[in-house]
Design a protein around this ligand. Structure first.
Ligand SMILES: *[C@@H]1O[C@H](CO)[C@@H](O)[C@H](O)[C@H]1NC(C)=O
Ligand SMILES: *[C@@H]1O[C@H](CO)[C@@H](O)[C@H](O)[C@H]1NC(C)=O
Length: 467
């Protein structure tokens, strides 16, 4: 793994040094400034700055990546959405897999409540919300028969290997292919305590954080105060760089998901049409520096941090995909070859991006320590992937699982840099393998982060004239 850590080290200075604007300075005037003022400029000892990343991503990478992700190879992802949550079983009504069946099944709702006056009863309102969340959160699993046959063959090209995620048993009868294009990640109505709980468990119990240290703005914690925030950040600063990086990756993932939900908010929902689009209020509530007591801009910086980590993993894994034996196999030879060309083009583009990090490994001198840390990372990360089975809303669960698997795959790559670099050019690679599931999740997860970075530009424009 060695040099993989150079990246973490190089990036860690990034986060708090971007913009000196803290409390006592003049308040930024527009909403755009309040969200983005601190998210600009040079990323410390990396020669790239946020603006360079934006330009690179939005104009060079994003369009090609979108095209790749629309191909058959990348659009079908097999997932078991029916796994029980291993940690608790009182998943909130709206959250429950069969939410509509129990508290929301219309047959069970007395007619009186369903009549016109029902909107005024709190219970009925809840039912309505539930049905809405259920409808929006449902996953469309329809696949054509032809596709079903084709995907049967794909599994033959899978090899299992050491993984950072608790991977679904994709042979299980409960595992199904879903078409990611038919199930875009967007606002589902899944929020509030149920969603907070998921993130809370992830941050509180799985990010190396002791219980005595409270996370700022944790909606489930009582009695927040400035002093707690300070304790949290001094705790974070006291961690070794890798564990700090772990926290930032999770925060970046959280931020990215929230950017999507704000960018594809259900703005209008009538029988005539559903309209999805940008909701700047929602965005501000999550990222405005003042409304979030400074947390918002930090979250956005963590999003860039996550972007750079995944970018780094992609640039390192190039030799794996370059081998002549490797195919993006779907059975359509011409299309498969074309996709591989596009994939390599994207990876070369990424490799050319000047991520000038300090390449010296933090753990170069201590093999045991590095090994232990890798194991630690793996255990924590696997746990997070299991928590995804506790996400109530189906669609959120789908994208949660996919994105954690993608990030897990990126980490696996970063921890295997040497193996990849020494990979034989042809013939089987026994030391390092990626399954189709890992490949699909890696690129789709990166596609999500790339979309988030692109969306930030949109929000910057939308917030420009808002005060
Ligand atoms: C895994 O997650 C559960 C639930 O949050 C937690 O109780 C447990 O301590 C976690 N284990 C590790 C190794 O993080
Ligand atoms: C935007 O989001 C806020 C909550 O953040 C919500 O109250 C508002 O209704 C949303 N606007 C639209 C047009 O849906």
């Amino acid at each position: 793994m060695g040099r993989g850590w150079g990246l973490f080290v190089g990036l860690l200075g990034v986060v708090w040094l971007l913009c000196p604007a803290h409390g006592e300075e003049r308040q930024p005037e527009t909403a755009a400034q309040r969200c983005f003022c601190q998210v600009s400029g040079y990323l410390d000892d990396c020669t790239c700055d946020v603006e360079t990343i934006d330009k690179f991503n939005n104009y060079r990478l994003f369009p090609r990546l979108q095209k790749l992700l629309e191909s058959d190879y990348f659009r079908y992802y097999k997932v078991n959405l029916k796994k029980p949550c291993p940690f608790w079983n009182d998943i909130n009504q709206c959250g429950r897999r069969d939410c509509a069946v129990k508290p929301c099944h219309s047959d069970e709702v007395p007619d009186g409540i369903k009549s016109a006056s029902y909107k005024y009863s709190e219970e009925a309102n809840h039912i309505e919300e539930c049905e809405q969340a259920e409808r929006l959160g449902a996953v469309d699993a329809s696949l054509s028969e032809e596709t079903q046959k084709a995907v049967l063959q794909w599994t033959k090209h899978d090899d299992s290997s050491d993984s950072f995620c608790e991977v679904d048993d994709i042979q299980s009868p409960d595992a199904e292919y879903v078409d990611l294009l038919l199930n875009p990640e967007r606002y589902t109505g899944y929020k509030g305590p149920d969603a907070w709980r998921i993130w809370s468990v992830i941050y509180e119990e799985n990010c190396f954080k002791p219980q005595t240290i409270q996370r700022p703005l944790n909606p489930l914690a009582s009695g927040q105060g400035k002093s707690k925030e300070n304790t949290f950040y001094s705790w974070l600063e006291g961690l070794c760089v890798e564990k700090r990086a772990f926290y930032r990756l999770i925060s970046g993932l959280h931020a990215s998901i929230n950017v999507h939900l704000s960018a594809r908010y259900l703005l209008q929902d009538t029988w005539l049409e559903k309209k999805w689009g940008h909701n700047i209020t929602e965005f501000q509530q999550r990222f405005d520096g003042i409304l979030t007591e400074g947390e918002g801009p930090r979250r956005l910086k963590n999003l860039y941090f996550l972007y750079l980590i995944e970018l780094r993993a992609l640039s390192k894994v190039l030799p794996f995909f370059e081998r002549p034996d490797f195919q993006l196999f779907t059975g359509n030879k011409a299309q498969d070859a074309e996709n591989k060309v596009l994939l390599l083009e994207i990876l070369h583009e990424i490799k050319s991006f000047p991520l000038h990090f300090d390449e010296n490994s933090f753990f170069a001198g201590d093999k045991n320590e590095a090994h232990k840390l890798k194991e630690d990372f793996r255990l924590h990360f696997r746990n997070i992937s299991r928590i995804m089975d506790c996400v109530g809303c189906f669609k959120c669960r789908l994208w949660g699982k996919l994105q954690t698997q993608g990030l897990g795959t990126a980490l696996k790559i970063l921890f295997s840099e040497k193996l990849i670099a020494n990979m034989p050019e042809s013939g089987p690679s026994y030391e390092f393998q990626l399954t189709r599931q890992e490949i699909v999740s890696l690129f789709n997860a990166f596609g999500r982060i790339s979309t988030s970075v692109r969306e930030l530009e949109n929000f910057r424009h939308l917030l420009q004239d808002v005060h």
